[in-house]
Design a protein around this ligand. Structure first.
Ligand SMILES: Nc1ncnc2c1ncn2[C@@H]1O[C@H](COP(=O)(O)OP(=O)(O)OP(=O)(O)O)[C@@H](O)[C@H]1O
Ligand SMILES: [Mg+2]
Length: 256
């Protein structure tokens, strides 16, 4: 068990009195790119919220790198090395891309206990340089001094990824990283994510509706259906699974 990056055991979670996730168990190995698929409303985002500490489960355990994080809040999970992005990008709209990344870098330093320094008016030089490197790496070097609100949708998603990477997570949780992107941008975004995960020796869990992306990127795939994982398998195994074809693939799961 300790060889897993993430071990989810018998997880139940939902909203008020509406149970959504039912007995979800999942083990993710180091370096895996695990894709969670399933119809709209299956509970994928709910699962991510439970993993990131935004939603407390009613039962079950979440173990990250051998440590039980079930009761930790989101901030402590980020500090432990879990990074999360959102289906709808969350960035500071009035700040420039560079300032956004600098804030994330600073938050990472604070959470690592290294810095006693606060972002006042302008980021200090070392943070600025590090932010510039991350932005360049993600193809946002030319993003410039405009507020982040002026970025295209795809660039906002890239900026959110940059902010998450600034926190140096060992596990990346990406909820529909290519949602709303033109199909021509999708594969580029996927290759970017793939490269970064490999370079950092990180582990990836993501949700995705675009089947080309799913099968290109995924090393293993789990299928969520009405809050239950109906199968976890290799891409080939999932493709060949008659039940999965019936509930999802067969209907051409290219929604959202
Ligand atoms: N804040 C909330 N309060 C109550 N019910 C919610 C809330 N958020 C989501 N739900 C319900 O939980 C179920 C699962 O939603 P969730 O967003 O996790 O699905 P999803 O698999 O991410 O769907 P999509 O593919 O459309 O993103 C849905 O029935 C949804 O209506
Ligand atoms: Mg969702």
């Amino acid at each position: 068990m300790t060889s897993s990056v993430l071990d989810v055991q018998g997880l139940f979670a939902g909203y008020d009195r509406t149970p959504i996730l039912k007995d979800v168990s999942l083990s993710v190995a180091p370096g895996e790119r695990h894709v969670l698929i399933g119809p709209n409303g299956a509970g994928k985002t709910t699962f991510f919220r439970a993993l990131s500490g935004e939603l407390l489960p009613s039962a079950g355990r979440i173990v990250f790198e051998g440590k039980d994080v079930t009761k930790l809040d989101g901030f402590r999970r980020v500090r432990a090395g879990m990074g999360r992005s959102f289906q709808v990008a969350r960035i500071f709209a009035d700040m420039t891309p560079l300032e956004n990344v600098a804030v994330a870098l600073e938050a990472g330093e604070v959470s690592n206990g290294r810095a006693g320094w606060r972002l006042a008016t302008a980021p200090k030089d070392s943070l600025r340089r590090e932010a510039e490197i991350i932005l360049a790496d993600l193809g946002l070097a030319a993003a410039g001094d405009e507020p982040a609100s002026a970025l295209s949708h795809g660039d906002k998603k890239r900026l959110e990824l940059a902010m998450m990477l600034a926190l140096k997570p060992r596990l990346l949780l990406l909820d529909e990283p290519t949602a709303g992107m033109a199909s021509s941008d999708r594969m580029a975004a996927v290759r970017l994510v793939e490269r970064i995960v490999k370079e950092r020796g990180a582990t990836l869990i993501l949700t995705e509706h675009d089947m080309d992306v799913v099968f290109q990127l995924g090393t293993r795939i789990s299928v969520l259906h009405y809050g239950e994982i109906v199968t976890t398998d290799t891409p080939e195994g999932v493709r060949a699974n008659a039940f999965v074809r019936e509930i999802y693939l067969g209907r051409g799961g290219h929604h959202a």
